[in-house]
Write a protein that binds this ligand. Structure first.
Ligand SMILES: C[S@@+](CC[C@H](N)C(=O)[O-])C[C@H]1O[C@@H](n2cnc3c(N)ncnc32)[C@H](O)[C@@H]1O
Length: 281
């Protein structure tokens, strides 16, 4: 029998309670969580209740206001970091040929991983860049709102229990690829060889609040991040992404991100709709 998390915590969260917590975080720390889709935000709050043993929204609300350190735990719990090496292997095959076609003759390629989580997307691109001979010309910015996730990403570490899934994905992408060309083995984990992260800059940043410049990037990944945002937030973030992409630059989302309403055809070419690859006109 499955247990509904609402029943197991014994705490129902009303819209008003959710808003008062979002309000507290905004007023105290200037961090905007108002635009998260409310059902999934409430589920995340319930996880926090369970983990920190809160009995009511008031407990959570007052802890948020009183305990400055708690906000980091809060953010780490609220942001869901599900990711994988070569997540959606077919997509990565297409991505590689797109890069080969468009960037082989370009001296520098600027890439932004928005919502990079614990780094698997960056480790994946490191392998693709290496295969394409792009290692020296790619400069990447990797951002996430979760400091825990960023710390993991920066360490280049993958724990061994995840390996069978990751190796399977890698082989589906390229049956000849050898994970140990890129990673060295430790007791409980494998670690990306440091030079593969040499040209990646990591930054803690909230997509909703920060600006990312104009005509900066050749490629922007925002895979499986916008899924958690409501309509107005998607619109706001898309405006920044559109500005930050160079004309002709590629924008890539995940398979579950329903974004077509925010990608008008006068702004984006639907370059490969199946693999969710768009191109700024
Ligand atoms: C499901 S993971 C996706 C990871 C990776 N892009 C992938 O597809 O494998 C979503 C990531 O988005 C981050 N995120 C959520 N809200 C964010 C925000 N407002 N600003 C920046 N990152 C955010 C989360 O912390 C999480 O690491």
């Amino acid at each position: 029998m499955s247990i509904d998390p609402i029943i197991s915590t014994g705490v129902e969260i009303s819209d008003a309670e959710m808003r008062s917590i979002q309000d507290a975080i905004m007023k105290r720390y200037g961090i905007d969580f108002f635009n998260y889709e409310s059902k999934s935000f409430k589920r995340r709050l319930q996880r926090i209740y369970r983990k920190f043993n809160f009995k009511s929204s008031f407990d959570l609300w007052s802890r948020t206001l009183k305990d400055k350190d708690f906000v980091h735990d809060f953010i780490n719990e609220v942001s869901v970091g599900l990711t994988s090496l070569f997540r959606d292997p077919e997509y990565w095959k297409t991505f590689k040929s797109v890069c080969e076609e468009h960037f082989s003759n370009q001296y520098r390629v600027n890439v932004w991983h928005a919502g990079c989580s614990s780094g698997e997307e960056i480790f994946t691109t490191a392998i693709v860049w290496d295969e394409l001979g792009f290692r020296d010309k790619v400069r990447s910015l990797a951002t996430d709102i979760s400091s825990n996730a960023l710390e993991k990403a920066q360490s280049g570490r993958i724990i061994k229990p995840k390996l069978s899934e990751y190796e399977r994905n890698l082989k589906l992408y390229n049956s000849k690829a050898d994970l140990y060309r890129y990673f060295k083995e430790d007791e409980n984990e494998i670690i990306l060889k440091p030079y593969f992260l040499d040209k990646v800059k990591f930054k803690n940043s909230n997509l909703i609040m920060e600006d990312y410049g104009v005509d900066q990037y050749d490629i922007i990944f925002c895979r499986n991040v916008l899924i958690y945002f409501d309509g107005p937030a998607k619109e706001k973030v898309m405006e920044k992404i559109y500005k930050a992409l160079k004309p002709g630059g590629f924008f890539i989302i995940g398979f579950l991100d329903s974004m077509l309403n925010y990608l008008p055809e006068e702004r984006f070419e639907y370059y490969d709709l199946r693999q969710r690859i768009f191109r700024k006109l």
